[in-house]
Design a protein around this ligand. Structure first.
Ligand SMILES: CC(C)(COP(=O)(O)OP(=O)(O)OC[C@H]1O[C@@H](n2cnc3c(N)ncnc32)[C@H](O)[C@@H]1OP(=O)(O)O)[C@@H](O)C(=O)NCCC(=O)NCCS
Length: 220
Protein backbone atom coordinates (compact mmCIF):
# COMPACT_ATOMS: atom_id res chain seq x y z
CA UNK A 1 0.00 0.00 0.00
CA UNK A 2 1.45 3.41 -0.92
CA UNK A 3 0.23 6.93 -0.23
CA UNK A 4 -0.96 7.06 -3.85
CA UNK A 5 -3.41 4.22 -3.39
CA UNK A 6 -5.85 6.53 -1.59
CA UNK A 7 -5.91 8.92 -4.53
CA UNK A 8 -5.33 6.73 -7.57
CA UNK A 9 -6.67 3.45 -8.79
CA UNK A 10 -3.65 1.97 -10.57
CA UNK A 11 -4.27 -0.81 -13.02
CA UNK A 12 -3.05 -2.46 -16.20
CA UNK A 13 -4.35 -0.65 -19.28
CA UNK A 14 -6.27 -2.52 -21.97
CA UNK A 15 -7.53 -1.81 -25.50
CA UNK A 16 -10.56 -0.15 -23.93
CA UNK A 17 -8.34 2.57 -22.49
CA UNK A 18 -7.03 3.63 -25.90
CA UNK A 19 -8.98 6.92 -26.13
CA UNK A 20 -8.00 8.01 -22.60
CA UNK A 21 -4.34 7.16 -23.25
CA UNK A 22 -4.35 8.90 -26.61
CA UNK A 23 -5.85 12.01 -24.96
CA UNK A 24 -3.26 12.27 -22.20
CA UNK A 25 -0.41 11.54 -24.63
CA UNK A 26 -1.60 14.18 -27.09
CA UNK A 27 -2.39 16.81 -24.48
CA UNK A 28 0.36 16.28 -21.93
CA UNK A 29 3.20 14.36 -23.61
CA UNK A 30 3.64 15.95 -27.02
CA UNK A 31 3.26 19.46 -25.60
CA UNK A 32 5.77 19.00 -22.73
CA UNK A 33 8.30 16.27 -23.55
CA UNK A 34 11.27 18.40 -24.68
CA UNK A 35 12.00 16.85 -28.10
CA UNK A 36 8.34 16.63 -29.22
CA UNK A 37 7.73 20.12 -27.91
CA UNK A 38 10.67 21.47 -29.89
CA UNK A 39 9.44 19.73 -33.07
CA UNK A 40 5.98 21.24 -32.48
CA UNK A 41 4.11 18.38 -34.11
CA UNK A 42 0.56 18.98 -35.31
CA UNK A 43 -2.15 16.85 -33.68
CA UNK A 44 -2.26 14.74 -36.86
CA UNK A 45 1.51 14.19 -36.80
CA UNK A 46 1.38 13.32 -33.11
CA UNK A 47 -1.36 10.75 -33.73
CA UNK A 48 0.50 9.35 -36.72
CA UNK A 49 3.63 8.84 -34.64
CA UNK A 50 1.93 7.40 -31.55
CA UNK A 51 -1.42 5.68 -32.32
CA UNK A 52 -0.04 2.39 -33.60
CA UNK A 53 2.56 2.22 -30.82
CA UNK A 54 -0.08 2.81 -28.15
CA UNK A 55 -2.32 0.15 -29.74
CA UNK A 56 0.52 -2.36 -29.81
CA UNK A 57 1.45 -1.59 -26.19
CA UNK A 58 -2.11 -1.93 -24.91
CA UNK A 59 -2.33 -5.37 -26.53
CA UNK A 60 0.68 -6.47 -24.47
CA UNK A 61 -1.07 -5.53 -21.21
CA UNK A 62 2.04 -4.32 -19.40
CA UNK A 63 1.14 -0.63 -19.39
CA UNK A 64 -0.02 1.02 -16.20
CA UNK A 65 -2.52 3.80 -15.66
CA UNK A 66 -3.31 5.87 -12.56
CA UNK A 67 -6.96 6.92 -12.44
CA UNK A 68 -8.35 9.53 -10.06
CA UNK A 69 -10.58 7.63 -7.65
CA UNK A 70 -13.14 10.47 -7.57
CA UNK A 71 -13.40 11.56 -11.22
CA UNK A 72 -12.22 8.36 -12.91
CA UNK A 73 -9.89 10.45 -15.11
CA UNK A 74 -6.58 9.04 -16.30
CA UNK A 75 -3.97 11.20 -14.50
CA UNK A 76 -0.79 9.43 -15.47
CA UNK A 77 0.41 6.41 -17.35
CA UNK A 78 3.43 4.48 -18.36
CA UNK A 79 3.11 2.79 -21.74
CA UNK A 80 5.37 -0.19 -22.34
CA UNK A 81 5.97 -3.03 -24.73
CA UNK A 82 7.69 -6.34 -24.25
CA UNK A 83 10.01 -7.48 -27.02
CA UNK A 84 8.95 -11.11 -26.73
CA UNK A 85 5.41 -10.15 -27.76
CA UNK A 86 6.63 -8.69 -31.08
CA UNK A 87 8.50 -9.83 -34.17
CA UNK A 88 10.93 -6.91 -34.04
CA UNK A 89 11.31 -3.41 -32.60
CA UNK A 90 8.16 -1.41 -31.92
CA UNK A 91 9.29 1.56 -34.01
CA UNK A 92 8.18 1.80 -37.66
CA UNK A 93 10.70 0.20 -40.02
CA UNK A 94 10.16 2.49 -42.96
CA UNK A 95 9.53 6.18 -42.46
CA UNK A 96 10.40 7.32 -45.98
CA UNK A 97 6.87 8.56 -46.70
CA UNK A 98 6.34 10.13 -43.26
CA UNK A 99 6.34 13.88 -42.61
CA UNK A 100 9.79 15.34 -41.85
CA UNK A 101 9.00 16.01 -38.16
CA UNK A 102 8.10 12.36 -37.59
CA UNK A 103 11.32 11.25 -39.24
CA UNK A 104 13.18 13.70 -37.00
CA UNK A 105 11.42 12.40 -33.90
CA UNK A 106 12.24 8.77 -34.63
CA UNK A 107 15.66 9.83 -35.90
CA UNK A 108 16.89 10.77 -32.44
CA UNK A 109 15.37 7.63 -30.92
CA UNK A 110 16.96 5.34 -33.50
CA UNK A 111 20.33 7.10 -33.26
CA UNK A 112 20.81 5.13 -30.02
CA UNK A 113 20.34 1.81 -31.84
CA UNK A 114 22.36 2.16 -35.03
CA UNK A 115 24.48 -0.83 -34.16
CA UNK A 116 22.37 -3.96 -34.00
CA UNK A 117 18.93 -2.57 -33.16
CA UNK A 118 17.59 -2.48 -29.63
CA UNK A 119 18.28 -6.14 -28.82
CA UNK A 120 21.84 -5.74 -30.13
CA UNK A 121 22.54 -2.72 -27.95
CA UNK A 122 20.92 -4.23 -24.85
CA UNK A 123 22.47 -7.64 -25.59
CA UNK A 124 19.18 -9.41 -24.87
CA UNK A 125 15.72 -9.80 -26.36
CA UNK A 126 14.35 -10.25 -22.89
CA UNK A 127 13.44 -6.63 -22.24
CA UNK A 128 10.55 -4.35 -21.48
CA UNK A 129 10.63 -0.93 -23.09
CA UNK A 130 8.96 2.14 -21.66
CA UNK A 131 7.72 4.24 -24.58
CA UNK A 132 5.71 6.98 -22.88
CA UNK A 133 5.72 8.13 -19.29
CA UNK A 134 3.32 10.99 -18.77
CA UNK A 135 1.53 12.58 -15.82
CA UNK A 136 -0.86 15.48 -15.92
CA UNK A 137 0.85 18.79 -15.23
CA UNK A 138 -1.63 19.82 -12.55
CA UNK A 139 -0.62 16.71 -10.54
CA UNK A 140 3.12 16.75 -11.26
CA UNK A 141 6.06 16.84 -8.83
CA UNK A 142 4.25 14.70 -6.28
CA UNK A 143 6.02 11.46 -7.11
CA UNK A 144 3.44 9.85 -9.40
CA UNK A 145 5.93 9.52 -12.28
CA UNK A 146 8.43 7.81 -9.97
CA UNK A 147 5.72 5.54 -8.57
CA UNK A 148 4.54 4.44 -12.04
CA UNK A 149 8.12 3.66 -13.02
CA UNK A 150 8.79 1.79 -9.77
CA UNK A 151 5.69 -0.39 -10.26
CA UNK A 152 6.67 -1.01 -13.87
CA UNK A 153 10.03 -2.37 -12.81
CA UNK A 154 8.29 -4.81 -10.48
CA UNK A 155 5.95 -5.88 -13.27
CA UNK A 156 8.86 -6.43 -15.68
CA UNK A 157 10.66 -8.45 -13.03
CA UNK A 158 7.57 -10.60 -12.41
CA UNK A 159 7.36 -11.24 -16.16
CA UNK A 160 10.92 -12.52 -16.13
CA UNK A 161 12.43 -9.67 -18.17
CA UNK A 162 16.17 -9.20 -17.85
CA UNK A 163 16.20 -5.49 -18.65
CA UNK A 164 13.88 -2.51 -18.57
CA UNK A 165 14.81 0.56 -20.54
CA UNK A 166 13.69 3.90 -21.85
CA UNK A 167 15.06 6.85 -23.75
CA UNK A 168 14.88 9.64 -21.21
CA UNK A 169 14.38 12.89 -23.13
CA UNK A 170 13.38 14.72 -20.02
CA UNK A 171 15.65 15.75 -17.17
CA UNK A 172 12.84 14.72 -14.82
CA UNK A 173 12.85 11.14 -16.14
CA UNK A 174 16.62 11.08 -15.84
CA UNK A 175 16.13 11.97 -12.16
CA UNK A 176 13.58 9.18 -11.78
CA UNK A 177 16.01 6.76 -13.43
CA UNK A 178 18.84 7.75 -11.08
CA UNK A 179 16.62 7.33 -8.04
CA UNK A 180 15.50 3.86 -9.17
CA UNK A 181 18.97 2.57 -10.01
CA UNK A 182 19.00 2.80 -13.81
CA UNK A 183 22.36 2.93 -15.59
CA UNK A 184 22.97 5.50 -18.31
CA UNK A 185 24.24 3.48 -21.28
CA UNK A 186 24.53 6.43 -23.66
CA UNK A 187 23.87 10.14 -23.46
CA UNK A 188 23.32 12.53 -26.37
CA UNK A 189 23.65 16.23 -25.60
CA UNK A 190 20.97 18.26 -27.35
CA UNK A 191 23.52 20.92 -28.28
CA UNK A 192 25.61 18.31 -30.13
CA UNK A 193 22.89 16.29 -31.87
CA UNK A 194 22.88 16.74 -35.66
CA UNK A 195 19.60 15.88 -37.38
CA UNK A 196 20.48 13.57 -40.30
CA UNK A 197 17.64 14.99 -42.46
CA UNK A 198 18.60 18.67 -42.34
CA UNK A 199 22.20 18.36 -41.12
CA UNK A 200 21.48 20.99 -38.48
CA UNK A 201 21.46 21.02 -34.69
CA UNK A 202 17.68 21.12 -34.40
CA UNK A 203 17.56 20.54 -30.64
CA UNK A 204 20.40 22.89 -29.62
CA UNK A 205 18.07 25.45 -28.02
CA UNK A 206 15.94 23.10 -25.91
CA UNK A 207 15.46 24.95 -22.65
CA UNK A 208 17.02 24.00 -19.31
CA UNK A 209 16.83 21.86 -17.28
CA UNK A 210 16.63 19.41 -20.21
CA UNK A 211 20.04 19.08 -21.78
CA UNK A 212 20.30 15.54 -23.14
CA UNK A 213 18.53 12.39 -24.25
CA UNK A 214 19.76 9.31 -22.43
CA UNK A 215 19.39 5.61 -22.97
CA UNK A 216 18.80 4.41 -19.41
CA UNK A 217 18.62 0.73 -18.52
CA UNK A 218 17.74 -1.15 -15.36
CA UNK A 219 19.08 -4.68 -15.01
CA UNK A 220 16.44 -6.84 -13.33
C1 LIG B 1 8.22 13.41 -16.66
C2 LIG B 1 6.92 13.32 -15.86
C3 LIG B 1 6.20 12.03 -16.22
C4 LIG B 1 7.25 13.31 -14.38
O1 LIG B 1 6.02 13.15 -13.67
P1 LIG B 1 5.92 13.58 -12.13
O2 LIG B 1 4.68 12.98 -11.58
O3 LIG B 1 6.11 15.03 -11.99
O4 LIG B 1 7.19 12.80 -11.54
P2 LIG B 1 7.82 12.91 -10.07
O5 LIG B 1 6.92 13.71 -9.19
O6 LIG B 1 8.13 11.52 -9.66
O7 LIG B 1 9.13 13.76 -10.34
C5 LIG B 1 10.39 13.22 -10.67
C6 LIG B 1 11.45 14.27 -10.41
O8 LIG B 1 11.33 15.36 -11.36
C7 LIG B 1 11.08 16.58 -10.69
N1 LIG B 1 10.12 17.37 -11.49
C8 LIG B 1 9.07 16.90 -12.19
N2 LIG B 1 8.45 17.92 -12.81
C9 LIG B 1 9.15 19.03 -12.49
C10 LIG B 1 8.99 20.41 -12.83
N3 LIG B 1 8.02 20.83 -13.63
N4 LIG B 1 9.90 21.30 -12.33
C11 LIG B 1 10.91 20.89 -11.53
N5 LIG B 1 11.09 19.59 -11.16
C12 LIG B 1 10.21 18.69 -11.65
C13 LIG B 1 10.46 16.18 -9.36
O9 LIG B 1 10.58 17.19 -8.40
C14 LIG B 1 11.28 14.95 -9.04
O10 LIG B 1 12.56 15.34 -8.62
P3 LIG B 1 13.36 14.56 -7.44
O11 LIG B 1 13.80 13.26 -8.06
O12 LIG B 1 14.48 15.46 -7.08
O13 LIG B 1 12.38 14.35 -6.33
C15 LIG B 1 6.00 14.54 -16.17
O14 LIG B 1 6.75 15.71 -15.94
C16 LIG B 1 5.46 14.58 -17.58
O15 LIG B 1 4.44 13.97 -17.87
N6 LIG B 1 6.13 15.33 -18.49
C17 LIG B 1 5.69 15.48 -19.87
C18 LIG B 1 5.96 14.25 -20.68
C19 LIG B 1 7.41 13.82 -20.61
O16 LIG B 1 8.32 14.62 -20.75
N7 LIG B 1 7.59 12.51 -20.41
C20 LIG B 1 8.90 11.92 -20.31
C21 LIG B 1 9.56 11.78 -21.63
S1 LIG B 1 11.16 11.03 -21.46
Amino acid sequence: MSAFDDIYDKRILTDEDFEAVRKIVLEEYFSREPVSRKLDLTAEEAKLSSDSIIQEALKHQFSLGAFDRVTGDLIGCRISVMRKKMDGDVFPENLDDSPLKIRQLFGIVMSFFKNGGIAGVLKTEDYMQCIFLVCRKDRSQKGLGTELMRRSLKLAEQEGCKKFFTIAFSHYVQRIGRRLGFTTVEEMLYEDYVDPHTRTRIFCDIAEPHHSASLVVKNL
